[in-house]
Design a protein around this ligand. Structure first.
Ligand code: PLP
Length: 436
C-alpha cells in the first residue's frame, strides 16, 4: 500500500515533528532529538528563534505577497543590501531554493557571455563527485547517485577531478595532489576551447562527499584556469555558505573570488524557503550595458514574507555574533569527534571545516550507503539526528549542528554519539543470520 504523502522511501514512516526550539526537536510521542545536522545543514541559528518568529508574524499581518513585476519591498531590498555588504558582491537575485540559486547562477553565466557576443559559450563543468540540486541543470551538474533520475536527458557536465574524501593522494604531498588535479582540470578545460561558459564547484563537499575539502591551492588554481579560458567561476555555497564553515562564504578561506555564488540553506535557516544568487559587478555590468534585462525568475521569488524572514535571520546572525560563536563551538565539536575517533575504530576519519564536519565510517564491506543509513537510524534511537551523505561515494555522516549550539549541548551530542557507536559496534559483532 502507498500513502498520500509521498516520501523518498515510499514505505518510510518517520516520526511526526511537532515542536522545535534551539537545537532540539520533539515528536508527537514526546521524544526529544538533538538536531546534530541542522536538518539538511540548514538551521544555522537554531529553531524557533523569537526574533524570527516575531518578524514572520509581523510581516504576515502586513503583506505576504506582491509580485516583484509590480512592486519591490523593503525586506527584499535590505536582504540584498546586507548580502552584498557581507560578501562584496554587486547584486543578489532572490529565489526559493538552493537548486533555483544554482540554475540562476548558470543562467547568469550564459547571459553574461551572450551579452558580450559569445553565445557559443554554453558548456559547464563541475566535479565528478558533488551535488548542486534537484532541477535538471543542477542535477546534470551533480556527480551524485540521484543523477540517475535524469539519466538519458542530463547534460554531460561533471568532468573535473574532486578532492576526495579520505585524501587518497597516496604518497603525494597535498601540493602535488592539488597540482595533479589542476593538470587534469587544465586538460578538461582546454578541450572545451571557446565553448566554456563556467565552472561550478562546491568549495567544501556536502551531500555527496560529506564535508571533504579540496587540497590547498586547488580552488585558487581552478579560478585562475577559468579566467585564462575566458570562463566564469561559480561557487555553490548553498551548503557551505552563511557562516557554516566559519566565514560568511567558504571561498574566503581559499582567497578565491568567484564571479557568481549560489547560496541557500542557512539564509532561511529553516524558517522559510529562500535562497540567493550573488552576482559580481563584472557580470551585472555586462547585462546592464547590454539588454539590461535578466531573463528568468520564479513566482514567489523575493516575496515580502520570505524576504522578511531572511532579513530577520541575517539580523540574528549579525546581532548575536552567530558566525563567530559557531567558529568557537566548531572547535569543541571537532575536538570531541577526534577524541571519539581515537576510542572507536569504526570511525575511519573526522573531516570538514568549521561546523561542517563528517565522520567516515568503516562500512566493513556493506553496500555503499548502508552503513551510514544504519548508523543514522541508531543515532536517532539515541535522540540524535545526523545527516547521511548518500551520494554514492563515501560512507560518511555529516555532523553540523546549529552554529548556536552551547557547550552543554555539545557534551550531550557527544554522549549520544558515543552510545550510538557502542551500539553499532555491538550490532557488528552479533553473528549474522545464515542465508536461507
Ligand atoms: C551544495 C548544494 N547545492 C545545491 C543544493 C540544492 O538545494 P535545495 O535542496 O535547497 O534545492 C544543495 C542541497 O543539498 C547543496 O548541498
Amino acid at each position: 500500500m502507498t500513502r498520500p504523502l509521498i516520501q523518498n522511501v515510499l514505505a518510510a514512516q518517520p516520526p511526526e515533528v511537532v515542536r522545535a526550539e534551539g537545537v532540539w526537536l520533539w515528536d508527537a510521542e514526546g521524544n526529544r532529538y538533538l538536531d546534530g545536522c541542522s536538518g539538511a545543514v540548514v538551521s544555522a541559528i537554531g529553531h524557533s528563534h523569537p526574533h524570527v518568529v516575531r518578524a514572520i508574524a509581523a510581516q504576515a499581518a502586513r503583506v505576504t505577497y506582491a509580485h516583484r513585476g509590480a512592486f519591490t519591498n523593503a525586506a527584499a531590498e535590505e536582504v540584498a543590501a546586507r548580502l552584498c555588504e557581507l560578501t562584496g558582491f554587486a547584486g543578489a537575485w532572490l529565489v526559493g531554493s538552493g537548486s533555483e540559486a544554482v540554475e540562476a547562477a548558470m543562467q547568469f553565466a550564459l547571459q553574461y557571455h551572450q551579452e558580450r557576443g559569445e553565445s557559443e559559450r554554453t558548456v559547464f563543468l563541475s566535479a565528478r563527485k558533488g551535488y548542486h540540486g534537484n532541477t535538471l541543470g543542477a542535477l546534470s551538474a551533480s556527480g551524485h547517485a540521484r543523477r540517475a533520475a535524469v539519466s538519458g536527458i542530463a547534460l554531460e557536465i561533471p568532468a573535473l577531478p574532486t578532492g576526495d574524501a579520505l585524501r587518497d593522494h597516496g604518497d603525494r604531498t597535498e601540493e602535488e595532489y592539488a597540482q595533479a588535479m589542476l593538470d587534469e582540470a587544465r586538460a578538461v578545460i582546454a578541450a572545451q576551447e571557446d565553448r566554456l561558459a563556467a565552472v561550478l564547484i562546491e568549495p567544501v563537499g556536502g551531500a555527496t562527499l560529506g564535508a571533504s575539502t579540496h587540497p590547498a591551492g586547488y580552488l585558487a588554481g581552478l579560478t585562475e584556469l577559468c579566467r585564462e579560458a575566458g570562463a566564469l567561476f561559480i561557487a555553490d555555497e548553498v551548503l557551505s555558505g552563511m557562516g557554516r564553515t566559519g566565514t560568511v562564504l567558504a571561498c574566503e578561506q581559499e582567497s578565491v573570488a568567484p564571479d557568481i555564488v549560489a547560496m541557500g540553506k542557512g539564509l532561511g535557516s529553516g524558517y522559510a524557503p529562500v535562497a540567493a544568487t550573488l552576482v559580481s559587478q563584472k557580470v551585472l555590468t555586462a547585462i546592464a550595458e547590454g539588454t539590461g534585462v535578466v531573463l528568468g525568475g520564479h513566482t514567489y521569488a523575493g516575496n515580502p514574507l520570505t524576504a522578511a524572514t531572511a532579513l530577520a535571520v541575517l539580523e540574528v546572525l549579525a546581532e548575536e555574533n552567530v558566525i563567530e560563536r559557531g567558529r568557537e563551538a566548531a572547535v569543541m565539536v571537532r575536538d570531541a569527534l577526534e577524541a571519539l575517533a581515537r576510542e572507536h575504530p569504526l570511525i575511519l576519519e573526522v573531516r570538514g571545516r568549521g561546523m561542517l564536519l563528517a565522520l567516515e565510517l568503516d562500512a566493513e564491506g556493506r553496500a555503499q550507503g548502508d552503513a551510514v543509513r544504519e548508523f543514522a537510524s541508531i543515532c536517532m534511537k539515541h535522540g540524535l539526528i545526523l545527516y547521511p551523505a548518500t551520494g554514492g561515494f563515501v560512507d560518511a555522516v555529516i555532523v553540523s549542528p546549529p552554529l548556536t549550539i552551547t557547550s552543554v549541548e555539545i557534551a550531550q551530542l557527544v554522549q549520544m554519539l558515543g552510545s550510538a557507536l557502542i551500539e553499532l559496534a555491538g550490532a557488528r559483532e552479533e553473528p549474522q543470520p545464515a542465508p536461507a
